[in-house]
Design a protein around this ligand. Sequence first.
Ligand code: ADP
Length: 206
Amino acid sequence: MLRIGLTGGIGSGKSTVSAGLAERGAVVIDADAVVKELQAPGQPVLAAMVERFGPGILLADGSLDRQAVADVVFTDAEALADLNAIVHPAVGAEIMRRIEAEEGTDHVVVLDVPLLVENEAFEVAAVVVVDTDPEIAVQRLVEHRGFTEDDARARISRQASREQRLARADFVIPNDGDRAALDAHVERCWAWIQELHAGQAPDAAG
Ligand code: ADP
């Protein structure tokens, strides 16, 4: 197994890159998807959240009302800390479990973990950064993802800066051009990953 970290700000094109790497054979572990799975009805994480925040965070069908949770933690730092204390350890453990399941394989495992730059919990052989001009990211979030411009800017300003991300990059995928340009960069990145994998010492291969 070769572990690669993938990071990029919201609207940078990280999900598009992650899908491109998966198409080329990478096993992608997506932290956001893990969070959603662990917050599904019947999961202990959801039960712990209901215990802490009350049944008002559930929709009529028993699924999580994400907006209700967001509303509670937005103005209450203690509630946010409690939420993180419930969700983060469970998500971290599940991601570790998925990594361990790949041990002994020759797979390229891509960790799509938004906080990779902010927290160094997961060991990776290299970090790939999707780098986009924040103005272009704002445009894409407004055009394709239904954000208001203010909301897009606020979300971006709460994340790690472009410079902080680039400082940790072993490979940069620029995404200021069109989709074809992005795909060409993903292809180059995949070739680079293959080289890294081939050069990796057997005892470090996991
Ligand atoms: P992220 O996961 O980083 O938030 P996405 O991959 O979801 O970003 O990209 C944000 C939006 O912009 C999506 O709708 C995506 O299809 C679109 N997008 C990404 N890259 C490009 C590009 N090079 N040209 C045009 N649209 C793009």
